[in-house]
Design a protein around this ligand. Structure first.
Ligand code: ADP
Length: 239
């Protein structure tokens, strides 16, 4: 019986996603470019998984384990978690996803070492690159709020929750990330540019196709952007 149900689910996702349910993608974009927002919507529309290493680490940090303590030592200082730890954590997360199921990686790879390790773990079909100007990122992150319980992202100006300060999904109290203030944002943008350049070059050299989504205004709602991304993926023959 469960096999029938599984096939029906697959059929449903194939129909809804136009065959994109096996898509394996890496999403790149500066902090605040909308990676979490778009990945979450793509996940629902395509029936694929989202793997955000930052979220995995925040979860691990809540646990009183050796790994949790180790990770906390880096994340709280704003440092990258060492490659060997990140790669192990990703390997473990990927092993839980059925082979035919697609995923979007958000926040991985962040180093060339990680990009090379990824090659042995999965064949990436496409890079989803979010191209957002700096001024817009600063504006957007300064008004970003997140739910500490379920990770849903809001914006008090453009993507408001139904009730002020309360998560629509789990009723958690929304909060601002301590690093979402203009000075720190500027620093994070610099770091992102430094880190992402060699990685984008690496994937370009490997001839992995890019789908670029440009954002040009602050009040651009996410849905049409995601729909255009899906259209573009279909046009490129990923469906
Ligand atoms: P941001 O939105 O600021 O880029 P993330 O939520 O992606 O933050 O990640 C939070 C923190 O988790 C990072 O500052 C870093 O310490 C750690 N981290 C996440 N992904 C990686 C990775 N691929 N390699 C090393 N450290 C990582």
């Amino acid at each position: 019986m469960w096999q029938v149900k599984l096939n029906m689910c697959r059929f449903f996702y194939e129909r809804c996603s136009g065959g994109l349910s096996g898509l394996k993608a890496v999403m790149f974009g500066a902090p605040g470019a909308g990676k979490g927002t778009y990945a979450c919507r793509l996940q629902k529309k395509l029936g694929i998984e989202t793997i955000a290493t930052g979220d995995i680490f925040r979860e691990l940090m809540k646990q009183d384990s050796e790994l949790g303590r180790k990770v906390r030592g880096f994340v709280e200082k704003g440092l990258l978690v060492p490659d060997n730890v990140v790669i192990e954590v990703l390997k473990h997360r990927l092993s839980k996803i059925p082979k035919e199921r697609g995923f979007i990686l958000d926040g991985f790879p962040r180093t060339l070492e990680q990009a090379k390790a990824l090659e042995d773990l999965a064949k990436i079909d496409v890079i989803l690159l979010l191209d957002v100007p700096d001024w817009l990122i600063v504006e957007r992150l300064s008004s970003r709020r997140i739910c500490p319980n379920c990770g849903t992202v809001y914006n008090i100006r453009f993507l408001k929750p139904k009730v002020e300060g309360v998560c629509d999904k789990c009723s958690g109290q929304l909060c601002q990330r301590p690093d979402d203030n203009p000075e720190v944002i500027q620093k994070r943008l610099e770091v992102y540019k430094e880190q992402s350049k060699p990685l984008l070059d690496y994937f370009e050299k490997k001839k992995v196709p890019f789908v670029v989504s440009k954002t040009t205004s602050l009040d651009q709602p996410p849905e049409p952007v995601v729909d255009r991304m899906i259209e573009e993926l279909k046009k490129r023959g990923f469906a």
